[in-house]
Design a protein. Structure first.
Length: 344
């Protein structure tokens, strides 16, 4: 930038300092008013570790797994379950869409509100406040939830994480783990009891006529219970292997639970004031440029051609001949010369 341009900018700023200062003050006042009346928002955070039991070395496969779990976390079924559990449909923060529905019901345009419809109204603000994203190229997922109440934000997020983990366990068939273990323990006890009965009978050394037949029966019972136990355990292992091959089983664990946030996430005073100050400055400059353009347009027809652009855009009106002393003295001299010639 040349020296002439710098001087032109400085002259422009000097001429329009009042306008720029006024717009900056107005913008700051508006931002302060916004900070006073705005409802603060608190953001609770939690982290989940989502891993697959299948070995995956392809980065695209890992990304697909994590993104699919993020979609499940943000799914409507998970959100609906949390809304019903915490009764969020009756919370004013999540009932923003029910006012229009009330008017429609009064006019007879819609059916009376039910618990299901109330949950549907709360679903939209719930999904808008929920966010989930992958943390770098890892299996970590960061989940956040916004609310006016910091305790409520943490409560909702913890309930959502709990519901997601339960959902994953149900899909993996882990809800039957207790029954499977109990059944295996039962069959194991029966097999051990039959084997112990056979050994105890042999140790007694009874020489009865039916001893051979009794031993044969006990041996058959012990063998039968043992085969039943082995068969059931084989079926369980085969079923688990089949499930892992047909649909990957995911393990979800909570790395960091949600705690009530201590600071407001929005509005942030520094950001709001900085944006308003910059906006006021730009608005003041724009108004100053517009005024200069309008002035040039108005006085373009009567502008003195001797003025140049180096005057910083200052427009001067031409001075009438009657107001110029040099022209008046010249006219008087010509008049006296005419009178003198006529008299001679």
């Amino acid at each position: 930038m040349s020296l002439a341009e710098v001087l032109a900018v400085l002259r422009f700023i000097r001429r329009h300092v009042p306008i720029i200062a006024l717009t900056c003050c107005a913008a700051l006042c508006i931002s302060i008013l916004y900070l006073i009346i705005a409802v603060p928002t608190f953001t609770a955070k939690a982290q989940l570790l989502v891993n697959s039991k299948l070995a995956m070395v392809d980065a695209s496969a890992v990304s697909t797994v994590v993104e699919s779990q993020i979609a499940i976390i943000k799914s409507e079924s998970i959100a609906t379950a949390v809304i019903e559990k915490l009764d969020l449909a009756q919370d004013p923060e999540f009932a923003t869409g029910q006012f229009g529905g009330t008017i429609s019901r009064l006019l007879g345009w819609s059916k009376p509100k039910s618990e299901a419809s109330a949950a549907r109204y709360a679903l939209e603000p719930f999904e808008r406040k929920l966010s989930a994203k992958r943390v770098g190229p890892t299996f970590l997922i960061e989940i956040t939830f916004d609310s006016r109440d910091p305790d409520r934000a943490a409560e909702i997020l913890n309930a959502l994480v709990e519901r997601y983990i339960t959902h994953q366990m149900d899909n993996a068939g882990l809800q039957d783990t207790k029954w499977v273990k109990d059944r295996l323990n039962e069959l194991s006890v029966q097999a051990l009891a039959a084997q112990r009965a056979l050994e105890d009978y042999r140790k007694d050394g009874k020489e009865l006529a039916d001893s051979a037949a009794t031993i044969e029966k006990l041996a058959a019972a012990a063998e039968s219970t043992k085969n039943t136990y082995d068969s059931f355990r084989h079926v369980v292992r085969k079923t688990e292997a089949t499930q892992q091959q047909t649909s990957p089983v995911f393990e979800a664990s909570l790395v960091a639970g949600a705690f009530p946030p201590l600071k407001v996430s929005w509005p942030k005073a520094r950001i709001v004031l900085g944006i308003s100050a910059l906006g006021g400055l730009l608005l003041g400059v724009a108004i100053g440029v517009l005024r200069d353009l309008l002035d040039r347009g108005i006085y373009a027809s009567g502008q003195d051609p001797r003025l140049s652009a180096q005057d910083g855009g200052i427009i001067e009106r031409p001075v009438p001949d009657a107001a110029r002393p040099d022209l008046q003295s010249e006219a008087s001299a010509k008049a006296r010369a005419v009178r003198f010639t006529g008299s001679g």
